[in-house]
Design a protein around this ligand. Structure first.
Ligand code: FNR
Length: 185
C-alpha cells in the first residue's frame, strides 16, 4: 500500500531553504505520497487553551494521525531548535496519554548556508522527540551544509545531484523504518 509521509518545515520563511529541501523529497520517490503539515497557524502553547483546543490545533493533530510517518526539515537557530518547531512539537505531545506523535516514525533533515548542517539543532530535536516517545530513525543523518550552493539560481529547486542521491537513500531507509518500527516496540 502507498505510504503517506507528512512534511513539517521548521522555518516559516517564504523562501526557506529547508522548505525547498522538503519539497525536493516529494520529487524523489514516485511510490510515496507526501502531505504538508503546516505549523504557522498554531497558537503559542498554553495549557489554558487545552480546555477548548483551537481548531488549528485539532486539524494539525489529525494531520499527524493520518500519515504513516513524518519527516521534519528544519533550520538551526542559535545552535538550537527553532521556537516555532518546538511549539508545534509541544502541541503534538498533549494530552500525554494520547499524544499523536508518540510511537510515530519520524525522520530529521536540516539545511543551512553555514558549515555544520544544523547538527546542534538536530541533537536538541532528537532529545525532545525522545521525551515524547517518538520513533526517530536512528543512525542516518542528513546535515545539509552550504545549502545556498545546492539550489538553482532562482532559489526554487535542489540541483545538487549528490544531495539528491543522499536524500533518496534516506527516504529508502525511512520507509524501511516505518515498516519495521511497530514490530520493535
Ligand atoms: C540563524 N542561522 C543559523 N545557521 C546555523 O547554521 N546555525 C545557527 O545557529 C544559526 N542561527 C540563526 C539564528 C537566527 C535567529 C536566524 C534567523 C538564523 C542562519 C540560518 O541557517 C539561515 O537563516 C537559514 O536560511 C534559515 O533556514 P531557512 O529559513 O532558509 O529554511
Amino acid at each position: 500500500m502507498t505510504k503517506t509521509i507528512g512534511l513539517i518545515c521548521g522555518s516559516l520563511r517564504k523562501n526557506s531553504y529547508n522548505r525547498i529541501i522538503a519539497q525536493s523529497l516529494t520529487e524523489l520517490d514516485d511510490s510515496l505520497q507526501f502531505r504538508w503539515i503546516e505549523i504557522n497557524d498554531l497558537p503559542l502553547f498554553n495549557e489554558d487553551l487545552e480546555i477548548s483546543v483551537p481548531e488549528t490545533v485539532s486539524s494539525y493533530k489529525s494531520a499527524i494521525q493520518d500519515v504513516d510517518g513524518i519527516i521534519i526539515v528544519s533550520p538551526e537557530y542559535n545552535s538550537g531548535i527553532p521556537g516555532v518547531l518546538k511549539n508545534a512539537l509541544d502541541w503534538a505531545s498533549r494530552p500525554r496519554e494520547s499524544a499523536v506523535l508518540s510511537r510515530k516514525p519520524v525522520g530529521l533533515i536540516g539545511a543551512t548556508p553555514g558549515g555544520l548542517g544544523t547538527a546542534f539543532a538536530q541533537l536538541q530535536i532528537k532529545q525532545v522527540l525522545e521525551a515524547m516517545q517518538v520513533h526517530v530513525l536512528p543512525f542516518q543523518k542528513v546535515l545539509i551544509s552550504q545549502v545556498h550552493k545546492k539550489i538553482d539560481s532562482d532559489q526554487k529547486t535542489l540541483t545538487d545531484e549528490q544531495t539528491k542521491r543522499y536524500l533518496q537513500q534516506y527516504l529508502h531507509h525511512f520507509i524501511h523504518w516505518i515498516d519495521h518500527t511497530p514490530a520493535l516496540y
